[in-house]
Design a protein around this ligand. Structure first.
Ligand SMILES: O=C(O)CCC(=O)C(=O)O
Ligand SMILES: [Fe+2]
Length: 202
């Protein structure tokens, strides 16, 4: 074994217990990743997210979109959205994520963070509509951002950076035992697009 190798071990579990997170690093060349970023920015039906939180109507700065094999309804924060049909590039990316991770997906939630002011608070993706303990494949394009996990009981945290054109997988009991978040940061002024391929229980 080469102890000085800088190569990523994609089988390494980044979580110490209670779930499995694998970071595959960059899957694409700079050129390919730049192209996907441009295409996603221009072809996805980005909409500001709305939510009702503690009786208040909130419109996020972050934009979202929801695509799937069928017009699945996705409900959270008391709002329902119907999945749009795949674009050619989303289908390509779904196939790549499936080949890399060995899991299949039937839907994708996309997030557009215009700059470091926008992030996502601690949550777990354990909605009833998702198949329990199914894998979630997360592709990132654009600005590199920090990503954190926090264990629900021990409060232990794990941090990593999600690079331009990279793939991260969360699976097994990760959503049951861990929260994750994308912290806001003053250092980032460029946009980032994130795709999470998921499996709806249908
Ligand atoms: O932007 C990210 O990397 C994560 C997004 C996320 O956690 C989600 O959409 O549930
Ligand atoms: Fe999430």
């Amino acid at each position: 074994m080469d102890l000085f190798s800088t190569e990523l071990n994609i089988d390494q579990n980044l979580l110490p217990y209670g779930g499995t997170v694998n970071y595959y690093g960059k899957l694409f060349s700079r050129q390919e990743a730049d192209n996907y970023f441009e295409v996603l920015m221009n072809t996805i039906e980005w909409k500001n997210d709305e939510a009702f939180i503690m009786g208040k109507h909130i419109i996020t700065k972050r934009k979202v979109a929801w695509y799937g094999n069928e017009a699945y309804s996705y409900t959270y924060s008391n709002r329902s959205k119907l999945a749009l049909p795949w674009t050619p590039e989303l289908l390509q990316l779904k196939t790549i994520a499936e080949k890399q991770t060995g899991h299949s997906y039937n839907s994708c939630l996309l997030n557009l963070y215009h700059n470091g002011d926008e992030g996502m608070a601690y949550h777990s993706d354990d909605e009833k509509a998702l198949a329990k303990d199914s894998a979630i494949a997360s592709l990132s394009f654009g600005a590199e951002r920090r990503f954190l996990f926090k264990h629900k009981q021990s409060k232990e945290t794990v941090t990593l950076f999600l690079e331009h054109g990279s793939l991260l997988v969360m699976k097994d009991e990760t959503q049951t035992n861990w929260l994750h978040r994308l912290p806001p940061t003053k250092k980032i002024t460029r946009p980032r697009v994130n795709l999470t391929f998921r499996t709806m229980d249908v």
